[in-house]
Design a binder for this molecule. Sequence first.
Ligand SMILES: NC(=O)C1=CN([C@@H]2O[C@H](COP(=O)(O)OP(=O)(O)OC[C@H]3O[C@@H](n4cnc5c(N)ncnc54)[C@H](O)[C@@H]3O)[C@@H](O)[C@H]2O)C=CC1
Ligand SMILES: O=C(O)[C@H](O)CS(=O)(=O)O
Length: 484
Amino acid sequence: MDMTHTPLFRTKAYVGGQWISAKSGHTVPVDNPATGEIIGHVPDLSGADTRAAIIAAEEGLSRWRETSAAERADLLLRWNQLILDNAEELAAIMTLEQGKPISEARGEIQYGASFVRWFAEEARRVYGETIPAPTADRRIIMLKQPVGVCAAITPWNFPNAMITRKCAPALAAGCSIIVKPSELTPFSALALAALAERAGIPAGVFNVVTGMPQEIGAELTGNPTVRKISFTGSTKIGRLLMEQAAQNIQRVSLELGGNAAFIVFEDANLDAAVAGLMASKFRNGGQTCVCANRVLVHAKIYDAFAERVSEAVKALQVGSGLSGDVTIGPLINGAAVTKVREHVEDALDKGARAVVGGRSHPLGGRFFEPTVLTDAGWDMRLAQEETFGPVAPLFRFETEDEAIRMANNTPYGLASYFYTNDLNRSWRVAERIEVGMVGLNTGSVSMEVAPFGGIKQSGIGREGSHLGIEEYLATKTFHIGGIS
Ligand SMILES: NC(=O)C1=CN([C@@H]2O[C@H](COP(=O)(O)OP(=O)(O)OC[C@H]3O[C@@H](n4cnc5c(N)ncnc54)[C@H](O)[C@@H]3O)[C@@H](O)[C@H]2O)C=CC1
Ligand SMILES: O=C(O)[C@H](O)CS(=O)(=O)O
């Protein structure tokens, strides 16, 4: 499927309402993870190019912050509708550059659009407060105002939804924003820019800069005009950006790595638990920050659960995401394949058994076999590190306290899941597990209505829900004295 000549497949960066090249003329190639073929090039913008984008965003802000909430809401709703009207083309572009199965890409477009609609509605409900003054001659009002020029640095694994989850609340709040998508998946971001332009979102309000990240990131975090950095990606880069943002005391929102525990207690509904694990673990081939990374199974049901999971994993179809029946696409790049292979080999060396898969797929390239490992141990790398691939390691436990202790034994704290029908245990586990999001008898926690985010080294701040817009609002206390 050649998407490179479709209207939304853009090969220029979008700054100040213009489609631009890098001043240097340099470009970055983008490949198709399923084949390794180059699908196109995007401008490799420099620090100076990024400075120009910041100036454009500042000009965009001056107009945008004066628009009414109703006007911003209407424009966001128009953008939302254009995204939905062009969902098939957006999904095909995503699968071409990211590799996920087309059915999942279609799902992400709907998920991404849901944030645009949600924050179009939130735009009109940014309320301030009046505060009872201590003296009769004073009035106190709390105003909510846009933070200003913002920057969003986003990952390759959800190249549409991670942009709208940041940009929709920013625009709803009256901010302008500069998006730096992953150099691995820029075309989804540029397609969103084309639709923002078509929706009538004014020049400079929504900008997309492309290229290698270091120089662009240094300018975005080093330029005092940028008042807010919103990042989704690895904890390593999140830490770096937080350090860089400190120089100008920029506000930061960080959605970072995870190491989710998926706990199956002895009284769990096994069919539901298997379905939940398949949904959590193998979505996007396991390249998801909230996916189950460690599967803790009570000893009493371990063998039965392992057998059922193995049957379900054997039914997964590996191949190019553009093929309709495929449920597991390629990993994003060679480094990802190496990391997954190393995790599996380390586990096998330390006593795990591969009851399904366990090696690169016969298709070769970036395809890896969906894998189930039994007898997983806490000394294995995949217990401590985020695998970010289609590998389900099954760990045994005997007691509830042991399961919670092991689940919490990680520097991360993004999401966890557990299956039980015991009401008292449900509350004990939900309250004691150290994460930002926990699912009981469900393998999914990601939707626009609910706060998304982590604790510990999984991040700072919340996206989505009624909390998401607060990340792009500043509070101003307005005191009026001398009233008689
Ligand atoms: N908590 C969450 O919602 C999510 C967390 N992640 C985590 O991110 C990792 C995988 O995603 P990746 O895209 O590989 O993460 P990554 O951290 O390498 O890249 C994320 C973004 O940061 C940019 N970046 C990299 N180095 C930079 C620098 N020096 N300055 C400025 N920007 C820079 C990249 O170009 C990309 O746009 C995994 O650890 C995963 O768990 C990914 C997606 C969502
Ligand atoms: O990038 C990710 O992993 C996303 O945050 C996961 S989700 O929001 O699509 O579940």
